[in-house]
Structure formats: structure tokens, C-alpha cells
Design a binder for this molecule. Structure first.
Ligand SMILES: Cc1ncc(COP(=O)(O)O)c(C=O)c1O
Length: 456
């Protein structure tokens, strides 16, 4: 087991990188993971913003095992299952009033759910006699997944450039990113938020009746790094979409299921999407799981129209994944983890995290610390006053990630926040069970990793 690390660099697995060797993970408990050499890591990013309830929770494993013993799988063209029926009701309830009477389509993850949501939006428009509408508008610098439909609506330059000849391009609009605001504003984007929203209206008008939906991340996740929208922006977006008959799809793959201190992030801004997509925290990583949550209006249009959603995966509504998701939901409600993730709530885990991370703002390489709930980013700059990013080749965020891992701390490094290529940040998104002492230790390690990376 000891040299698994080196063997894995050319194993039978098509890994993320052939240039890097990965430690072999063998165990998890609470906020910690262990590798095969016995090294312990504090999971300060919930892997890739996945784990919310902590690792190694026995009751989730027990629920999955009980389901597997009873019934491991049936195909959704032949059966429904009690676990799917009950869990869908619970998810609709968790999603709030806007989704009462609606329905849930379960998948195996974020990208699959995005694909399903895009097709659902198109089918809805066809069902209501708007067959001309097929375009899905989205924002630059967004990330909606890695399947081709998701790549088509994503704005993440690095992850889509090579595949562009294979995807259908739809219009992308500008987005508010206040630290680097295109309008150079001084009011935290209060006014220019309205101008960014107006860009969407222009794009919808330019689409000449062909826009079916607009998809957005309420808080930008991987590409921009935990950028929350300015006040009034999302409300304006929602109003514009409604007025033009364009569906609103909230991509809450990363922000859903409590991560930002609300059941779903859109609740912070009182926005009621037509379709909401979630994954990651839905099962907290215990099994592959995603969900598309549709309002009653969308569901009724299909039910009363052609009568079936023309889409399907063999592993829709997989019973073992659903058992995992159901047990996770039960636990996060019982342990009040959404409240723990609320950074505005005194003494919550997120409150401690928000304060501790601000201590990094004084570092020479730190341009901005931003975020909400338990979803934060630290953006790095080569020059603080001009906000000049590091050259992309320097891979500053990657170096911070490596230095942190060497100290037993896991963060999620990303590049491209400035223009799709340049710009470095790390995401910090720990499980909601993290303690103030663990936060303090982790932020100290991260600070040292940043200083170390600055020396190389
Ligand atoms: C906002 C958002 N949408 C979609 C996805 C794709 O999800 P998955 O990686 O589970 O396919 C991600 C993944 O990071 C995401 O952050």
C-alpha cells in the first residue's frame, strides 16, 4: 500500500492528470481524510464542495446498506420505488413553497442534472406551443458541468475551448464580479447590478423569440470563486425572464442543500426559479446523486401535454443513491446544519469561518476574501493595488493547494477568474460540522501555504 501513490501516476485508471501523483485515500471521519500512508488531511473544501455533513457517518452507510439488501435497482420504465416517492416529497418540501405540487427528477450528479434541466426547459416550451424557443442563455465565466450540453451553456473558457466545435453556442451575458467590476463602481455594484441584468434583456430581445431559458449560478462557484450577486440583481433577472416568457433555471449544484446558510441560495434574494438543479451536497458524496426540481407549472405542462418527459438515464432514481440522499437530508435537518452554514448567525461554523478567513486579507498575495455561508474564496494577485493577477503559467492557486496539502490541509484551487485564463483563487467550503478550533488551525495553515507559494 505504501507506494500506491507512485504506482497510481501510470495506473489503469485514466486519472485527472498524468503529470501529478495522487495520494491514495483510504478513510474519512468528520472533517478529516486519511491517505494510505496514514497522513491526515483536514478537508477544508468538502472535496470539491461536496461533503456537507462530514465523512464516515455510519447512519448514511446503514441506510444505503438497508436499501441495497431490500432492493438494489429497478428501471424507471418499469417501476416506481417507495424510496423515490417518499424522498421526492421530502425534497420538494425542503425546496419550499415555490415547488409545492411540482416534481423531482433524480440523476447521478450535477452535469446529468443540467442536461435534464435544459431538455425539460425546451420540452416545456414545446408543450405550451412555444416551439420556436430553444436557446438557453447563460453567463460568461459560469460553470454548469462537463457533458456537452452543460459545456454549451458554461462560460468557463479553459474547460470548453477544445470542445467548442462540438457544441451548440448560445449567447452568454456579462455577470457582476464586483472586485473586478467592468463599470468600476464604488457602491458594491448596487447600481451596475441593474446594468448587468439589462444585458440579459438585450440578449433575450436579440434572440428574437427563440430564448427558452436562462441558467445561472446564484453564487458563482468554481470559475469565479464564491462571488455573491449584488442586491437587486437576481430579482431583476427573474423579473426580466418572467416578462419575456423565458424560464429561470437556478444551478445550485454547488450552492444547494444548505451550503450558503439557506436550504437553497436563491432564498437569500427571494428569487423563485422555475427549475432548480442540485447535486454535490444532496448526497454529501455518499453516493452519486443529483436532482432537477421543477415547479407545478412545468410539471403540469408535461403531464397535461404529451404526458412524458422525453429523456432518460438507466440510473435515474437509483434506489441506493436515493437512500443515501434521504439519510443525508434527515441528518442535516436533525443536526441543524443549514443553520451552522449561515454566516450571519452568531457563533455558527460559517460565522467563525467568515471571520477567520478575513485574517488572510492582509497578506501581500491576497486580493480578496469573499463568500457567503460555508462557500468562500481567496483570490490571489501579483499586485494588490492594481489587482494584477499572477501569470497563468505560474499556477499560483495550484501551488497554494500543493503547499496546503503538504501541511495536511485540502483546499480547491482554480484558475481563470479574471478572463478565463488568468486569475487564481482557492475555494474553501468545509463540512458544516467543522469546529472553531479546526477553522483556526486550517486558516493558519492556509496563510502559511500562501506565503510559501509567494516565495517560489
Ligand atoms: C454550479 C455547477 N454546476 C454543475 C456542476 C457539474 O456537476 P458534476 O461535476 O457533479 O457533474 C458543477 C460542478 O462543480 C457546478 O459547480
Amino acid at each position: 500500500m505504501a507506494n500506491l501513490t507512485t504506482e497510481l501516476s501510470r495506473s489503469a485508471v485514466l486519472t485527472r492528470s498524468f503529470r501529478k501523483s495522487f495520494p491514495a485515500a483510504v478513510r474519512g471521519e468528520g472533517v478529516y481524510l486519511w491517505d494510505a500512508n496514514g497522513k491526515r488531511y483536514l478537508d477544508f473544501s468538502g472535496s470539491a464542495v461536496v461533503n456537507f455533513i462530514g465523512h464516515g457517518v455510519a447512519e448514511i452507510v446503514a441506510a444505503m446498506s438497508a436499501q441495497a439488501e431490500r432492493l438494489e435497482f429497478v428501471h424507471s420504465s418499469q417501476f416506481v420505488t417507495p424510496v423515490a416517492e417518499e424522498y421526492a416529497q421530502e425534497v420538494l418540501h425542503f425546496a419550499g413553497e415555490n415547488f409545492q405540487g411540482g416534481s423531482v427528477y433524480f440523476t447521478c450528479g450535477g452535469s446529468e442534472s443540467i442536461e435534464a434541466a435544459l431538455k425539460l426547459a425546451r420540452q416545456y416550451q414545446v408543450e405550451i406551443g412555444q416551439g420556436k424557443r430553444y436557446q438557453i442563455l447563460s453567463r460568461h465565466q459560469s460553470y454548469h458541468g462537463s457533458t456537452l450540453g452543460a459545456v454549451s451553456v458554461s462560460g468557463n473558457k479553459r474547460r470548453r475551448e477544445m470542445y467548442l466545435p462540438m457544441v451548440r453556442e448560445f449567447p452568454h451575458v456579462a455577470f457582476p464580479y464586483c472586485y473586478r467590476c467592468a463599470y468600476d463602481c464604488t457602491d458594491s455594484c448596487r447600481n451596475c447590478g441593474q446594468q448587468y441584468a439589462a444585458d440579459l434583456e438585450k440578449a433575450i430581445i436579440a434572440a428574437e423569440g427563440e430564448a427558452a431559458a436562462f441558467i445561472f449560478e446564484p453564487v458563482s462557484g468554481a470559475t469565479l470563486g464564491a462571488v455573491a450577486p449584488p442586491p437587486g440583481y437576481l430579482q431583476k433577472i427573474a423579473e426580466i425572464c418572467r416578462r419575456h416568457g423565458v424560464l429561470l433555471i437556478a444551478d445550485e449544484v454547488m450552492t444547494g442543500m444548505g451550503r450558503t446558510g439557506r436550504n437553497f441560495a436563491v432564498e437569500h434574494w427571494d428569487v423563485a426559479p422555475d427549475i432548480l438543479v442540485t447535486a454535490k451536497g444532496l448526497s454529501s458524496g455518499y453516493a452519486p446523486l443529483g436532482a432537477v426540481i421543477a415547479t407545478k407549472r412545468i410539471t403540469d405542462a408535461i403531464a397535461e401535454g404529451s404526458g412524458s418527459f422525453l429523456h432518460g438515464f438507466t440510473y435515474n432514481s437509483h434506489p441506493i443513491s436515493l437512500a443515501a440522499g434521504r439519510a443525508v437530508l434527515k441528518r442535516l435537518q436533525r443536526e441543524k446544519l443549514v443553520q451552522a452554514a449561515d454566516s450571519a448567525r452568531n457563533e455558527s461554523a460559517a460565522w467563525h469561518l467568515a471571520r477567520a478567513l478575513q485574517n488572510l486579507s492582509g497578506l501581500e498575495q491576497v486580493g480578496e476574501v469573499r463568500g457567503i455561508g460555508l462557500l468562500w474564496a481567496v483570490e490571489f494577485v501579483a499586485d494588490k493595488s492594481s489587482k494584477q493577477p499572477f501569470p497563468a503559467e505560474r499556477n499560483f492557486a495550484g501551488k497554494v493547494g500543493q503547499r496546503a496539502a503538504a501541511r495536511g490541509l485540502l483546499v480547491y484551487p482554480m484558475q481563470g477568474c479574471v478572463d478565463g485564463t488568468a486569475g487564481d483563487h482557492v475555494l474553501v467550503a468545509p463540512p458544516a460540522v467543522i469546529t472553531p478550533e479546526q477553522i483556526e488551525w486550517a486558516v493558519e495553515q492556509l496563510g502559511e501555504a500562501i506565503v510559501d507559494a509567494g516565495k517560489s
